[in-house]
Design a protein around this ligand. Structure first.
Ligand code: NDP
Length: 313
């Protein structure tokens, strides 16, 4: 199908693979781009030279467009941006920060820019900053998220009502039916995260992928709002966070408990108890690890079938 998202990114399907820390390396991003979606590298868990290596490997593995997700709260942003320009990455998604900081720089270098938001207010701020597209990510999403707990179902029509730019829906989308629902609510395309964690090509530890596959409804929670709100799978670390809350821990106490490298410990090194496991609610609907190309194909096939079945309602 063709629409303003496929035209903007020069891709076949209006589907973006989220640039997730510890999950989205060159293997996943190139596989999704080769399958006709838009693959994103997750720069947040890469040292600058690691990011350069992933960009170069991704370039060698696909001749289709791919991009980089840069979470603005992580360190080394300046170096990441410099490398992105040097390596001529055509597309950048920024998240977790103020879109005003980097959009003008990226646009000056001819880079197509999208920014991830969790509210209508931030969507308008992103538009004002000059982005080409907005990703509206609802409360269901994994990892860092907004404080207001606005669901994708409510966020999308609200953002659509006020925003003229191309809109990408995120949070709770793992199937073609969900994709169609998002597009009916006003999105021009979707961003899929959790389902691509359960892919052969995701760079995360196999134990994490298997954990996502067995996760059930109610197994995730958006917590640590005093620091950066994050949706996690419940495990020993999560229980420690709950105990800290029960003791009345303040921001500093929570920060000390989180420590350094929790996300790496869990998602990358495979410590399912002490690590931080970031995933969306939709993990409850994911039942196997698949090749990324099969995920793209299945979602698009289901999307086309769902479009037809809507007419019979
Ligand atoms: P941390 O700051 O806890 O640790 C950095 C981790 O990222 C290490 O594992 C490190 O690997 C790796 N890394 C990759 N690239 C870089 C880089 N350029 N500079 C430094 N470290 C790098 O990282 P997190 O990903 O866990 O968190 C990032 C930010 O998000 C922090 O500001 C953290 O406070 C915040 N955060 C907040 C959470 C919350 O509030 N719930 C949850 C998670 C994160 P290595 O060990 O090999 O050096």
């Amino acid at each position: 199908m063709e629409n303003r998202i496929t035209q903007l990114f020069k891709i076949k399907h209006p589907m973006v693979q989220a640039g997730m820390v510890w999950n989205s390396g060159w293997r996943l991003a190139s596989a999704v781009s080769n399958a006709g979606g838009l693959g994103l590298l997750g720069a947040g868990s890469m040292y600058p030279e690691v990011l350069r290596e992933h960009i170069q490997k991704c370039n060698a593995a696909t001749d289709r467009p791919f991009g980089v997700n840069v979470p603005l709260l992580y360190p080394d942003i300046e170096q990441h941006m410099e490398i992105i320009v040097q390596e001529k990455v055509p597309i950048v998604f920024t998240s977790a920060g103020n879109p005003k900081t980097w959009t003008a720089f990226l646009k000056k270098h001819g880079i197509i820019t999208a920014h991830v938001v969790s509210s209508t207010k931030f969507a308008l701020k992103a538009a004002e900053a000059g982005v080409d597209a907005v990703v509206a990510e609802g409360f269901e999403a994994g990892g860092h998220n907004g404080r207001d707990e606005t669901t994708t179902m409510v966020l999308l029509p609200s953002v659509r009502k006020h925003l003229k730019l191309p809109l990408i829906a995120a949070g709770g989308i793992s199937s073609g039916k969900a994709m169609l629902a998002a597009m009916i609510l006003g999105a021009d395309g979707v961003q899929v995260g959790s389902r691509f964690v359960a892919s052969e090509e995701a760079s995360s530890h196999r134990a994490f992928k298997d954990k996502v596959v067995v996760a059930k409804e109610g197994d995730t929670h958006l917590t640590l709002k005093e620091l950066t709100p994050v949706r996690l799978l419940k495990n020993t670390f999560y229980e420690q966070v709950q105990q800290a809350y029960a003791r009345g821990a303040d921001r500093e106490g929570l920060k000390a408990l989180l420590g350094r490298g929790r996300a790496k410990k869990g998602m990358f090194l495979g410590d399912m108890e002490e690590g931080e496991l970031e995933i969306g609610q939709v993990a409850a609907l994911i039942d196997r690890v698949q090749a990324a190309a099969d995920i793209v194909r299945e979602i698009m096939t289901e999307f086309e079938a769902a479009k037809k079945s809507v007419a019979t309602l």
